[in-house]
Design a protein around this ligand. Structure first.
Ligand code: BT5
Length: 256
């Protein structure tokens, strides 16, 4: 495990280290990031107090790598639930939300030689002891943090340890192909499933209802004309909040 007080992006650090041969399971953690990144080069605000970390994985090509993003999100959502009783849910493909507010984003980036993955860096950003009100305008109402929800600072060490332990167990199951249960858990916590959504993917827009997760980690969408299509990656907008069962089995209207 490597701790850096400040860096540009832990994903960039992790890629550099993986290129130089760092072992699977190496974790890079930063106190703050000066150039944190989201998908498609978007900016990720990473002030002090948050969890900004990247894990180096070296999975074999036979596993569906897209699922690593989902696996990391599931690990974060479950840890937030267990450690702080936060009602964290998942938005396909890479967000952890509380209500409709983002508490965590995942950025998985792979480096390949031909079809063979050399390594995958899974970046995890969590608004832990940060104040969403200090985020730029617009984001204030779209983001939340652990501190805001539990009304006190939490132990960053406990949070990181909880996530890494959960992720380790999940990754083992994934490698062994014994991960069927995980995807049921994912679907149970994923509010994209059962919701009306708009998906933007490589210039095309699709609307419909999320139906499930495909074997490759894509979203199965039932379109307005009742066709089922699978979208492998893209930006997902929830059009309507759904009424769904939470994992304790109570029917609950999710808050905005
Ligand atoms: C993500 O992208 O959500 C992936 C974020 C991954 C961050 C981690 S931190 C450790 C590692 N090192 C990195 O450099 N990155 C990873 P995306 O789905 O594209 O969402 C990006 C959008 O989220 C931005 O355009 C903003 O609207 C919003 N956003 C930015 N900072 C945020 C924050 N701190 N909390 C909530 N939302 C934020």
């Amino acid at each position: 495990m490597v701790y850096l007080d400040e860096t540009s992006s832990t994903n960039d650090e992790a890629k550099k280290m993986a290129d130089e041969g760092a072992a699977e399971g190496t974790v890079i953690i930063a106190g703050s990031q000066s150039a944190g990144r989201g998908r498609l080069g978007r900016e990720w605000f990473s002030p002090r107090g948050g969890v900004w970390m990247s894990v180096i994985l070296r999975p074999p090509s036979i596993r569906p790598l897209q699922k690593l993003t989902l696996l990391a999100g599931l690990s974060v959502a479950k840890s937030l639930r267990t450690l702080y009783a936060i009602d964290a849910v998942l938005k396909w493909p890479n967000d952890v939300l509380v209500g409709e507010r983002k508490i965590c984003g995942i950025l998985a980036e792979g480096t390949f030689q031909g079809e063979t993955p050399l390594f995958v860096v899974v970046g995890i950003g969590i608004n832990a002891n940060t104040d969403p009100d200090s985020l730029p305008r617009g984001l204030k109402t779209e983001a939340t943090s652990v501190r805001k929800l539990v009304r006190q600072n939490v132990s960053i060490d406990d949070l990181i340890a909880g996530i890494l332990k959960t992720m380790d167990t999940h990754y083992d199951l994934f490698l062994r192909g014994e991960d069927k249960e995980l995807w049921s858990e994912y679907e149970g916590l994923c509010t994209t499933i059962g919701s009306d959504v708009r998906l933007e993917c490589e210039g095309a827009t699709y609307e419909g209802t999320g139906r499930g997760i495909s074997p490759g980690g894509g979203l199965i969408l039932r379109t307005r004309n009742a066709k089922e299509i699978t979208i492998l990656s893209g930006d997902c907008i929830h059009l309507a909040t759904k009424t769904r069962k939470n994992i304790k089995g109570k029917v609950k209207k999710l808050p905005h």
